[in-house]
Design a protein around this ligand. Sequence first.
Ligand SMILES: C[S@@+](CC[C@H](N)C(=O)[O-])C[C@H]1O[C@@H](n2cnc3c(N)ncnc32)[C@H](O)[C@@H]1O
Length: 279
Amino acid sequence: MKSLTIDHLTPLQKTLLITLNGRVVDGARSRPLLGDTKAAELAGGIDYDLGTVKLTSGVPEAVAIRSAMLDRAVESFVRGHSGAVVVELGCGLETRRSRLTSRDDPIWRDVDWYDVDFPEVIELRDALMPPPDRAHSVGVSLLDPSWTETIPADRPAVIVADGVLGFLSEEENRQVLGRITDHFAEGLLVFNAYTKFTARMNGRFTKVVGMPEDFRGFGIADPKEIVALNPALTFIDEQFGDAAPERDRLNLAYRLLARVFAKWRGQARRGVWIVRYRF
Ligand SMILES: C[S@@+](CC[C@H](N)C(=O)[O-])C[C@H]1O[C@@H](n2cnc3c(N)ncnc32)[C@H](O)[C@@H]1O
């Protein structure tokens, strides 16, 4: 595979390297939590030393568990809704589609998959991973309301956002959430949330790709705050990485911590925190 330069990407766009590297590190382990092999293949196609994208302890585990939890949410929606569309917001170089559809389950046959990110990111993604049948790239910022234009509105839709809404301001989140419920007739929104505390740390985790260290992301104290931003959403539930089945494959120290944190909601929300809404 040729090696593509990514110098032109902004620091915000380069945050995709953090989650990509998380999946690469996980995939290289003898007992991976997610076991995504495509991530390493993609990493090999870009001219960037991923070794400089240092991940602090526990981050590869968090990225892998978060991906696995979101995979399950998408799969369970598709299983219950024939002819669904999957919409991946801020897709970066996420490989959820290949992870899920490679299992060769007939439920994926009629599913159309839409990957949305900035034009520069989509250009890179398409060059590394040309979209197969029924996969569609949308190179439009989520802050441009036209991002929904090419996506069918009348099919059941699962909107999945992994590590993106936390980079938008509260007002921008209101705008994106409004666009979702204005456009799609019915569906599920599932994403990883951050507490206000973890959102304040965002810059510290992302400065490795050039984000300002004092960057503060978007965080919530309670999932109902999302409903306050868009009353057309109905809160379904919240799920914690500390209680996910992958937890049992963590090393002993993390496993014990996860067992304790799973019982302590305030702390569990500071880890991998997945929230689901119906619309
Ligand atoms: C931390 S990365 C996560 C990427 C991917 N979801 C994953 O899990 O690997 C954040 C992604 O959100 C994208 N993003 C941030 N703001 C965006 C916006 N306004 N419109 C579209 N994409 C955006 C970035 O370009 C980047 O690809």
